[in-house]
Design a protein around this ligand. Structure first.
Ligand SMILES: [Zn+2]
Length: 354
C-alpha cells in the first residue's frame, strides 16, 4: 500500500462511525474520492455512493460498510455514571479496561470502562463472566447534572480510535472491520478508472451493516446493479485454538479470500478466480454454506437479484479493539476487483451455471 493509500486508511480508522452515526466518515470518504469519481452522492439513510462511468452498462455495485460496532448512551445515573447499550456484537470481556470516547454534540468526552479491582472481587465474582449489562462508562462526572452537561442520551461511543503498524505490513486498530473494506472498494474504483471500464462502477460506503445489513438494501435499491461485490473482513483462522476443520483455513497476509457457496454467483466467482490466476494475485479460497453475515447477503437478493461476489480480508480478533489485518491483502483485493470490473461488458452472462 502506498503512502497516499495508507493516509486514507489512517483517516478512516481515526474517524468515529458507529452504526447510524456515519456522517463524519462519509465526509472523509467524499473528500478522498472526489478527485477520481465522476459522481459522489449521499442519501438520507447515510450511504455514500461514488461512481466511475455512471452511464456505462451493466451497473456494478462494490460495497464496503463503513459503520463500526460501538456503544450508545442509554442512561445517566445519579452519580453521573453512564450506562450503555451495544451497537453491534461486542464481547463484554474485551470492553473491560478500555478507554472510550463519548461523541457528544460538543465534542469527544473521554471516559473509561472500569471494573472492580481484582483485590476486591469475591471468589464467586472472580469466576463469573461479566455481561454487557454489568458494565458502565465513567466520565469522571460528580453527578447526573454534571454528566448531562457533557453527554446526552443517544450519544454514540467508541473505544479509542487509531491505527498501529506491526511487522509484516500488519496493522491493528478498532473498527478495521470494515474500514479496510471501504478502503478496498474506494481504491478499486480509483484503479478501475485507468482501465476504462464499459460497465458503470459504483463503490458504496454502506451504512448500518453491523445492525442488520441495512445500508446495502437502500443503496442497492437506488443503484439497481446487475452485478455486485461485497468486501468485508473474515476470520483469519491461523491463530491458536481455532478449529480449522469447522472454520476453514484462512491466513493473514496470504491474500484476499474468494468466497464460494450459495451466496455467490458462480460466474462472478469463476471470473475473480481466473483474474487472480492470470494476474498472479495470491488469493485464498473459502466455502460458505449459508447466506453471509455481511452485505453480500442483502446485495444478492436486492430487487430482482444481483450476481454477487464476496471478497474478504483476513482479520484476527474481529470485534475487539485490536483487530489485525495485513495491508497487502487489501491492496491485492482492490487490484483484483478493479480488473474484474474492467472485464465486465454488456455481453457478459451471469446466469448461474456450475
Ligand atoms: Zn463487517
Amino acid at each position: 500500500m502506498d503512502d497516499q493509500g495508507f493516509r486514507f486508511l489512517q483517516q478512516l480508522l481515526e474517524t468515529p462511525s458507529p452504526s447510524g452515526y456515519e456522517s463524519r466518515i462519509q465526509d472523509c470518504i467524499a473528500e478522498y474520492v472526489q478527485s477520481f469519481a465522476d459522481v459522489v452522492e449521499r442519501d438520507w439513510h447515510g450511504n455514500l455512493m461514488a461512481a466511475v462511468n455512471p452511464q456505462g452498462h451493466p451497473r456494478i455495485l462494490l460495497a464496503g460498510h463503513c459503520d463500526q460496532i460501538g456503544l450508545l448512551v442509554k442512561r445517566i445515573d445519579e452519580q453521573g455514571f453512564v450506562w450503555f447499550s451495544p451497537i453491534g456484537g461486542w464481547d463484554p470481556l474485551v470492553l473491560i479496561g478500555q478507554q472510550v470516547q463519548v461523541w457528544s454534540r460538543h465534542g469527544p468526552v473521554p471516559g473509561v470502562i472500569g471494573r472492580k479491582p481484582i483485590h476486591l472481587l469475591s471468589p464467586q465474582e472472580r469466576k463469573k463472566v461479566p455481561q454487557l449489562t454489568d458494565l458502565w462508562i465513567d466520565i469522571a462526572a460528580r453527578s447526573r447534572e454534571e454528566a448531562m452537561e457533557r453527554v446526552e442520551l443517544g450519544d454514540p461511543v467508541t473505544v479509542e480510535l487509531g491505527v498501529r503498524r506491526l511487522a509484516n505490513d500488519c496493522i491493528v486498530g478498532a473498527g478495521v472491520d470494515n474500514r479496510i473494506g471501504v478502503w478496498t472498494v474506494m481504491t478499486a474504483l480509483q484503479r478501475v478508472r485507468a482501465l476504462n471500464p464499459q460497465a458503470a462502477v459504483y463503490a458504496v460506503s454502506t451504512a448500518q451493516e453491523e445492525i442488520g445489513l441495512r445500508g446495502i438494501r437502500t443503496s442497492a435499491f437506488r443503484i439497481d446493479p446487475a452485478i455486485g461485490i461485497a468486501v468485508d473482513v473474515t476470520h483469519a483462522t491461523d491463530c491458536p485454538n481455532y478449529n480449522q476443520n469447522e472454520h476453514g483455513e484462512v491466513g493473514i497476509g496470504k491474500g484476499p479470500v474468494l468466497v464460494r457457496g450459495p451466496n455467490v454467483n458462480p460466474e462472478v466467482h469463476a471470473r475473480l478466480k481466473r483474474i487472480a490466476e492470470t494476474s498472479g494475485i495470491e488469493v485464498q479460497h473459502y466455502g460458505l454454506a449459508k447466506p453471509a453475515s455481511n452485505d453480500a447477503n442483502a446485495l444478492q437478493i436486492a430487487r430482482q437479484g444481483t450476481a454477487t461476489g464476496l471478497v474478504t480480508i483476513p482479520n484476527r480478533y474481529m470485534h475487539t479493539p485490536v483487530e489485525m489485518v495485513c495491508l497487502n491483502d487489501a491492496d491485492a483485493a482492490a487490484t483484483l476487483i478493479a480488473e474484474f470490473c474492467a472485464g465486465v461488458t454488456p455481453q457478459c452472462d451471469f446466469t448461474p451455471r456450475w
